[in-house]
Design a protein around this ligand. Sequence first.
Ligand SMILES: Nc1ncnc2c1ncn2[C@@H]1O[C@H](COP(=O)(O)OP(=O)(O)OP(=O)(O)O)[C@@H](O)[C@H]1O
Ligand SMILES: O=C(O)C1=C[C@@H](O)[C@@H](O)[C@H](O)C1
Ligand SMILES: [Mg+2]
Length: 178
Amino acid sequence: MPPPEAGSGPAAVLVGAPGAGKSTVGMALAQRLGVAFRDTDADVEATLGMSVSDVFLEHGEEYFRAAERTAVLVALGEHAGVLALGGGAVLDAEVRAALARHWVVYLDVSASDAARRVGLARDRPLLVEGPRTRLAALLKARRPLYEEVAAITVDTGALGVEDVVAEILVERAGRASR
Ligand SMILES: Nc1ncnc2c1ncn2[C@@H]1O[C@H](COP(=O)(O)OP(=O)(O)OP(=O)(O)O)[C@@H](O)[C@H]1O
Ligand SMILES: O=C(O)C1=C[C@@H](O)[C@@H](O)[C@H](O)C1
Ligand SMILES: [Mg+2]
């Protein structure tokens, strides 16, 4: 799917695991493109009036996923800037189908880099084993889904935020001119 024409949906949709850089890269990319940034986690929080982690705690993951599906479908329909999806949004088949009509950038990250970035890399392997193992399993299960919806994949492992943004802009310009 090529980058969209003005007025036909988000300028770019970012997907990837927690710690991939969706929020950081998304905000920087939006700034470079001169458009607004929006994050579906923030949309869910605004709609439900509580943090994502409280939604998981109080209502459970299934409830969160339903709210997230609605938030993603609404944002895809009305947001013209850069849109970052929650890390697990691609688990939903309806979301994946909707993404087929949009320019999706998959920010790839290894489990170890993701753990380091979200602050789970302390030197106490037994204490941090749970979240790190969970991230590795989550990436293994989700990589095929992220790749399924993505027009391009950016391996963020060796790239700083500005390098990731630059690579997305190059791909975007290249595709737009084809
Ligand atoms: N390419 C990168 N290189 C190094 N650090 C990065 C890179 N991208 C993001 N970071 C850092 O990793 C941390 C997590 O990034 P960010 O919050 O943007 O991830 P996210 O994908 O939005 O995660 P979540 O799914 O939890 O919302 C931040 O501290 C950010 O500065
Ligand atoms: O990867 C995930 O499943 C999640 C990522 C976050 O963006 C939030 O949407 C929530 O914490 C779940
Ligand atoms: Mg984020």
